[in-house]
Write a protein that binds this ligand. Sequence first.
Ligand code: NAG
Ligand code: NAG
Length: 477
Amino acid sequence: MLASGCFLVFLVSFCSFSSSFALTDAEAAFIARRQLLGDNEELSNTLEEMTVNLKFENDRLKKAYIGLQAWKKAVYSDPFKFTANWEGADVCAYKGVFCDQALDDPTITVVAGIDLNHADIAGHLPVEIGHLVDVSLIHLNSNRFCGIIPRSIKNLLLLDEADFSNNRFVGPFPDVLLELPKLKYLDLRFNNFEGQVPSGLFDKNLDAIFLNDNRFHSIIPENFGNSNASVVVLANNRFYGCIPKSIGKMGNTLDELIVTNNELSGCLPEEISKLVSLTVFDFGRNKFAGSLPKDLKSMQKVEIFDIASNSFMGNVPKNLCTLPKLANFTFSKNYFESMDETLASPPLPVASPPLPIASPPKPVASPPPPPVASPPLLVHSPPPPVASPPKPVASPPSPMASPPKPVASPPLPVHSTPPTVASPPKPVASPPPPVASPPLPGHSAPVPAPPAFEDVVLPPTLGSLYASPPPPIFQGY
Ligand SMILES: *[C@@H]1O[C@H](CO)[C@@H](O)[C@H](O)[C@H]1NC(C)=O
Ligand SMILES: *[C@@H]1O[C@H](CO)[C@@H](O)[C@H](O)[C@H]1NC(C)=O
């Protein structure tokens, strides 16, 4: 008893006093260690005694009550008082708790969802979260939950949407989530998960996989292409290695693939051209090299194609530039030698939208630098001195001056898929870097958090229409 009291005091001081700045690694590790020392899988019924004087409509609500009370105890700071009314037997009246008919028995009511989005709660997830066996969604976007995701969560056999985004979770990839048979939407972005990403992730039938803005240091497993996900966002981690050839299998399902700002290398496999459903292809700010796959004309739906800040060379293939939906093609800061004639001559009247031509001036006659010398990043550098004006682009007037408008359709389709993480602004129209300024080290620049998304479907939307709200920016993240 005394020991657990101390534990709580420690947690309180770690989780709440650090609210104005980021949790340090030591603090996060401390909390995770304490969670691991306690058995984070076995559910005890010690809280059973709490319910003796309460009457519940059914046993499943009683079980949920036990889970929710334990969760409330694991809350150290709740500035908006989300959990203030978490008292008494009427759990369906608790703020952020949603009840519905049980799927297996429409005559009884159960707790079907937890939505604490934007509650800014500091706390951790107690092992008793495993009592919430009827929930199909848990939305915890933008809180300060820390520590690990307890293994007891594997009891939530109906969990369909797991949104843990923008918290302070730590540790390796939470494998336990892969044991959830119904999981379709997995959102771990903006946390401190680290290490390898398990191949099992891509053998799971998920619709959306958000891993961006963590500390994953991993290859992309060979079975990547087994995934049926329509959205995969791996941006702003430390993924390395090549794009698996299996990606070609995702042709009919993959809508958005965003891997910007990692350490991925190698050539793009020709199989990329099989991604006929893709609308967003963002491979910017990696270490890809070689030439682009020649045959990309099959990517008829692509609207955004970003390969800036890599080490690509050779030609920009003509068939890429004439893709009918292409609204934004960014390829600056590579070593392209020439553009195919479509780019170098006036664009076709209707079909091809103006392209932001911002590729850096070619280092004259010298071979491309070795892979180590990656092109300098401009993202956070001050505007370069006016000394060296941009090189005029060959024949047509450069579209640089007037920013191109997305012609055909809005850049991102807003339907059932979750929002894309907007990649950080790229210096499309800025002049090439002055020769004098030293190149910035590849990935040391802090990445700005994405701007807020516009279209947020707020819960209680049960089902795939749910779109995770934008993660706000925690200072120090
Ligand atoms: C993808 O969908 C196909 C067809 O529905 C299915 O056979 C396959 O198992 C799914 N892949 C995964 C990883 O769930
Ligand atoms: C094109 O994309 C780049 C980076 O992806 C962005 O900075 C730029 O603003 C976009 N341009 C337009 C016209 O949308």
